[in-house]
Design a protein around this ligand. Structure first.
Ligand code: GLC
Length: 418
């Protein structure tokens, strides 16, 4: 790709390069399959040049919904030979091959953003999507909600923040038994091992997959018996925002909304239950023990995005403290906490999609200068380092996969300045 093209043109080139006709891959090589929240963020990138395609990207994703309502984290389409773990390992028995867990449910929020600025969106297709989203959100309430209303995950990959330092607590309890013998990781053919999860982590990820297979991927049972169960602030806030956006869509379509409203109020309780008065932040916790994190991860700032503005003063103090520690906001993990690593995946690097959601939330509540800090840092990273998967918050170095779809999309839809 030519460096003489503008950043916007290059971001558009990346979307085209990662376009597989009816869906997008996150990046060529490393992730040759359709990922749930990646596809939704791809739709954000598409909405300016092709709103119709943006909508069909999401509808195609939703067409892989399971009969219990879950929308899986990976849908195996096209040539997925280079991806591990593939459909044989997951062995979910679905007609369209998929993984057996879900991912952060951003689809409804992206759909609302599509509708909000495009009068052309087809109401019948929207209704079709809204019905499926309602079933997916209900699935969360049935299979992934704890007794306080917060959302928990049964696999670190479900959070979308695969190796977040907080997940170590649950992961240490998983007794490695992958059921696979020796296996070959394909990710290391594309990315330097120091920027990826370790072999010990991979063994445990696969052990949880093995457990899912043993129980025939019964998701309620998975919610009860997975060897890894941790309450996730990111999932709770993202689902709460998605429920609010689904409510707007369903109201426009004159669909019944009483159940959605009930789920919203339960999730509000769930978000409040994540408050840790000792650190004065919203934190992750373990479902098996009483362990509660003392770290401020990037998802703690998603309250405003989810329409929750309690404890704003304390959260902004954390934001300012962290801004003083890094050149580029928002590090995925607290730089003042043990376990921060500026180069290893979700243990410190900046991710554009999180910046986008946090930044949008701040804009909505009038936190404009802090929102601008996130947005300008995001633009600077892409413009000086390229459209990488994630970035070092201290040096700005681009890390992981190159020419990344959601990085390009967030630039086109929000952060880009040209
Ligand atoms: C990694 C990320 C996850 C993302 C996927 C594809 O697994 O942690 O959030 O969806 O890559 O980009």
């Amino acid at each position: 790709m030519s460096w003489f093209r503008s950043h916007t043109a290059r971001a558009n080139d990346i979307l085209t390069y990662n376009d597989r006709g009816t869906y997008s891959v996150p990046t060529h090589g490393l992730y040759p399959v359709q990922f749930n929240w990646d596809s939704c963020f791809a739709a954000l990138g598409y909405r300016h040049r092709n709103p119709e395609r943006a909508l069909s990207e999401i509808i195609l994703l939703l067409s892989a919904q399971w009969s219990d309502g879950m929308v899986p984290h990976i849908v195996f389409r096209g040539d997925y030979d280079g991806y591990f773990p593939g459909p044989d390992v997951w062995s979910t028995g679905q007609k369209i091959p998929t993984s057996g867990i879900t991912q952060p449910p951003v689809a409804a929020s992206v759909l609302w953003r599509l509708w909000d600025d495009s009068a052309k969106v087809d109401r019948a297709r929207m209704r079709q999507a809204a019905k499926r989203l309602e079933r997916w959100h209900r699935w969360f309430a049935n299979s992934r909600q704890d007794d306080q209303g917060a959302i928990f995950i049964v696999h670190p990959w479900e959070s979308g923040r695969d190796n977040l330092t907080d997940w170590d607590v649950g992961m240490n309890r998983v007794q490695p038994d992958t059921g696979l013998g020796e296996y070959i990781r394909r990710d290391l053919e594309h990315v330097n091992a120091v920027q990826r999860p370790t072999k010990e982590e991979y063994d445990r990820y696969l052990t949880i997959v093995h457990h899912g297979r043993k129980i025939g991927w019964d998701q309620k049972e998975m919610g009860r018996s997975s060897p890894f169960r941790m309450v996730c602030a990111g999932m709770t806030a993202i689902l709460l925002a998605a429920e609010r956006d689904l409510l707007l869509i369903m109201s426009e379509l004159e669909m019944p909304t009483a159940n959605t409203k009930r789920r919203i109020s339960r999730l509000e309780d769930g978000w409040r239950s994540l408050w840790n008065p000792k650190v004065k932040s919203y934190v992750n916790r373990d479902l098996e023990t009483s362990w509660t994190s003392n770290a401020v991860t990037a998802s703690a700032f998603l309250g405003a995005y989810a329409g929750m503005t309690d404890n704003l003063g304390s959260m902004m103090d954390h934001f300012d403290r962290i801004s003083g520690k890094v050149r580029f906001m928002l590090p995925s993990f607290d730089p003042d906490c043990e376990g921060f690593d500026p180069e290893r995946y979700w243990r410190g690097p900046v991710w554009f999609i999180i910046n986008n959601m946090v930044g949008k939330g701040f804009e909505k509540i009038g936190e404009s200068s802090r929102a601008a800090r996130i947005k300008i840092d995001t633009a600077k990273l892409a413009e000086s380092s390229g459209f990488y998967e994630y970035f070092n918050p201290i040096t700005g170095r681009g890390l992981g996969g190159k020419s990344f779809t959601w990085t390009a999309s967030v630039y086109l839809d929000w952060a880009g300045r040209n």
